[in-house]
Write a protein that binds this ligand. Structure first.
Ligand SMILES: [Zn+2]
Length: 199
């Protein structure tokens, strides 16, 4: 009999509190390969530590678009982590939840930096895109990014079709209680319409 192996395509393991011990046991017992993304260098280091004692965790370095403005001066350190990380995430653009427009150019610069390295190093990227789907499509095309998981897509159908055409995979946030309900419903509709989209 072949064992079933699950893949969690987008997890923030460093953000668990006391429950982390149970979570780590679950990964092992239920055989869940976990793509563990990070928000910034600090969260990456925590995820790395967790992965040292649990072979089901694949840790990823990323600078989340919400955090990009804090790290533009640390490019050497970012490049060093990128060279070690097996894939990149969470990275991307957010012009929806981030209201301060002065942060947008910095988000774009940071995203470009990761996409360029991903193409050069042949690495997968785990992407967040909110209210910036057109810009995300344009940059993925410009950098010829090939291995892409788009997390929690909730944009227009036009851009979704482009992303599917690029060969992107999609992950959808599971808890309707944790985040914006409209976005959750839109994700479910997408799942019904495009069977290529998966959890
Ligand atoms: Zn995330």
């Amino acid at each position: 009999m072949v064992d079933t192996i699950y893949v969690d395509a987008h997890a923030h393991l460093d953000r668990y509190g006391m429950e982390i011990t149970q979570v780590l046991t679950d990964l092992q017992q239920k055989k869940i390969v976990t793509l563990a993304v990070s928000m910034d260098p600090e969260s990456y280091i925590k995820t790395l530590h967790l992965s040292n004692s649990n072979s089901w965790i694949i840790p990823a370095f990323g600078i989340h678009p919400w955090e990009a403005y804090k790290h533009v001066r640390n490019l050497d350190m970012i490049r060093w982590h990128m060279s070690k990380s097996p894939f990149f995430g969470e990275i991307g653009l957010d012009f929806y939840f981030v209201k301060d427009r002065t942060h947008y150019p910095v988000q774009v610069e940071m995203f470009k930096l990761f996409l360029a390295e991903a193409t050069q190093q042949g690495k997968l990227v785990n992407i967040h895109t909110k209210g910036a789907e057109r810009e995300t499509c344009d940059l993925l095309r410009a950098f010829k990014t090939e291995q892409v998981i788009v997390h929690w897509y909730s944009g227009a159908q036009t851009h979704l079709k482009k992303l599917i055409k690029f060969g992107c995979y999609f992950s959808i946030l599971k808890s309707p209680l944790f985040n914006n309900k409209d976005l959750w419903v839109r994700g479910l509709e997408m799942l019904h319409r495009y069977p290529v989209v998966f959890w």
